[in-house]
Structure formats: structure tokens, C-alpha cells
Design a protein around this ligand. Structure first.
Ligand code: AMP
Ligand code: ZN
Ligand code: FE
Ligand code: FE
Length: 279
């Protein structure tokens, strides 16, 4: 049975509706899936309806951008429930996105790219609007051919049109998650900018504060890194999870359940995640 615990829909920066995403997951053989949109739970209900029809076990998730002592990282939170205090804490994050998107558009205008915030919102359509939608608006202008190209040229962290946005601290995200018996997991550690020696200490500190897992099996990780991260998670006594980070066909070279072709998330990841619930 295929497992994929990291998927995006058009509630954030994926291109498929939550229902279509579940249908594609089913076609890919997925039996356990998690929808993990950025800063929003808006897609979960629709995904749950279709997942139920297709016999997919759906885990409610979300992906946050957090920081810890100036180190930026993404955090996946699993077993979140719409309507509660955790969801309320996401609203200021989406508002922070709004402010930041307008600043990025202003920068782009200053650089001669004539897009408006309305163009960006129209590209997004969903609840959580971000840089990928700004990229889509620039592509619609005809100036670029892919999100990747726009990120490389303008929007990457520290890039010419990049603007920082307000983040939740990793500690706050962890404690808000544990308050509702949800499980916080560090996403794709390969994107954390730290010397390799620093990972161990970071993971240990956050585990002391309640971290429940590390996303070891991710599309962008090499097999060697996946194995190393599984070992680290084992040593810390937390879950080694995994998923593709699929954003829709053609958006990134990642396929549901398979990543770049070599991804295989073990069922043990789901068991370990469930064992972390309520800890
Ligand atoms: P934001 O959340 O608005 O800061 O946008 C960051 C998101 O953009 C990430 O979470 C990815 O989903 C996406 N992203 C980052 N780099 C790239 C890239 N090179 N190509 C396409 N999407 C990207
Ligand atoms: Zn994304
Ligand atoms: Fe991420
Ligand atoms: Fe993601």
C-alpha cells in the first residue's frame, strides 16, 4: 500500500482541488494520505469526503513556516481538526502572507514587472496565497515559463524580489500542536540551512519541547539522507515520516507517492505517527 503524508491542494499552492488530489492519489495506489496545505485547513473537508468514497485513510495536516533562533524551517502538523484553537492561530499567518505578497508585488513593479495583487489573488483562488502564485502571475505575463524559473530568478529566499514574512516560532507551533493532541514534524530537513553537525542539536532541542517526528522520506532527499534521518529519529524516539510534497502535475518533478521515482514511504511511518498522538 502506497503512503504519502505530504500533499498540497489548491487551498494553498497546489493546482488540484482536494477532491481531484484524492482521486489522483487513489490512482497512484495510495491507501494512507495526508493533506498538508500551507497555513490553511480549508481543503480538508472536501478531501475527507472524496477520500472516504475512495477508501483512502486521510490524515488531517497542515504545513507551517517556522523559525528557531533565526533558523528557518517548515513544520508539518498532523491530526489537526478544523474549527478549534489551532485553526484560529493560522489566520494571523495568512494575514502576514497578505502583507508580504503586497510588498513583493511592489518590488516587482519597481523592477518593471507589471502585475497587481489582484492578478496574484486570481492565480491563487484558494485560502492561502504565496510566492508560487506570484510566480504564476509572472508566467501569465509571458515573462517566464515555470515556477522554478521565477524562483531561481526573483523569488528565492534572499532573491531580488524576496520579502520575509512573519513566522511562528518552532516552539510555539510544537506547543500549540501538542495542546490539541496533534503531532508536529520537521518537514524536509534538507532545506534547513545549517551545517550538518548542527542538525543533531536542533532536533534534540525541539524533541525536548515536544517534536514528534522528522520527515525522512521526502522527494528531495537522497536515499542516504533518508536513511540518516531515519536513524536520527530512531535515536530520539520520534517518528520518521515521509511524503512526496506533490503540488500538482508539472509544478515540481514530484509524483504522488513516488517523488522523483525512488520514494517509498513505509507503513511504519504511519504507525509511528499514530503512536505519537496524545504524547
Ligand atoms: P511561501 O510559502 O509563499 O513563502 O512560498 C514558499 C513555497 O513555494 C514553498 O513552500 C514551496 O511550496 C514553493 N517553492 C519553493 N521553491 C520553489 C521552486 N523553486 N519552484 C516552485 N515552487 C517552489
Ligand atoms: Zn507549497
Ligand atoms: Fe515545505
Ligand atoms: Fe510542502
Amino acid at each position: 500500500m502506497v503512503v504519502d503524508l505530504h500533499l498540497h491542494s489548491d487551498a494553498s499552492d497546489g493546482t488540484e482541488t482536494p477532491s481531484e488530489l484524492m482521486r489522483q492519489a487513489s490512482t497512484a495506489g495510495v491507501g494512507v494520505a495526508a493533506l498538508t496545505d500551507h497555513d490553511t485547513l480549508a481543503g480538508l473537508q472536501q478531501a475527507a469526503t472524496t477520500a472516504h468514497e475512495l477508501g483512502i485513510e486521510l490524515i488531517n495536516g497542515v504545513e507551517l513556516s517556522v523559525d528557531h533562533d533565526d533558523v528557518k524551517m517548515h513544520m508539518l502538523v498532523y491530526f489537526v481538526d478544523p474549527g478549534g484553537p489551532f485553526e484560529a492561530a493560522l489566520e494571523p499567518l495568512r494575514r502576514g502572507r497578505h502583507i508580504r505578497n503586497a510588498e513583493i508585488v511592489a518590488r516587482l513593479n519597481g523592477m518593471g514587472y507589471a502585475i497587481t495583487i489582484d492578478d496574484v489573488e486570481r492565480q491563487a483562488g484558494g485560502a492561502s496565497v504565496g510566492r508560487p502564485h506570484i510566480a504564476d502571475a509572472l508566467i501569465a505575463l509571458g515573462r517566464f515559463s515555470s515556477r522554478d524559473e521565477v524562483f531561481e530568478t526573483l523569488l528565492h529566499d534572499g532573491g531580488p524580489a524576496y520579502v520575509e514574512r512573519s513566522r511562528m516560532s518552532a516552539t510555539e507551533a510544537i506547543s500549540r500542536a501538542r495542546d490539541i493532541a496533534a503531532v508536529p514534524v520537521i518537514a524536509h530537513p534538507a532545506t534547513i540551512r545549517l551545517p550538518e553537525a548542527g542538525y543533531g542539536e536542533l532536533f534534540r532541542t525541539l524533541t525536548d519541547r515536544g517534536l514528534g517526528g522528522i520527515e525522512a522520506h521526502h522527494s528531495m532527499h537522497s536515499p542516504a539522507l533518508r536513511a540518516r534521518l531515519v536513524d536520527i529519529a530512531d535515536e530520539l524516539g520520534i517518528a520518521a515520516t515521509g511524503g512526496s510534497d506533490f503540488h500538482g502535475e508539472g509544478k515540481r518533478p514530484y509524483r504522488i507517492g513516488r517523488g522523483r521515482g525512488d520514494l517509498s514511504v513505509p507503513m511504519a511511518a504511519v504507525d509511528a505517527l499514530e503512536a505519537q498522538r496524545g504524547r
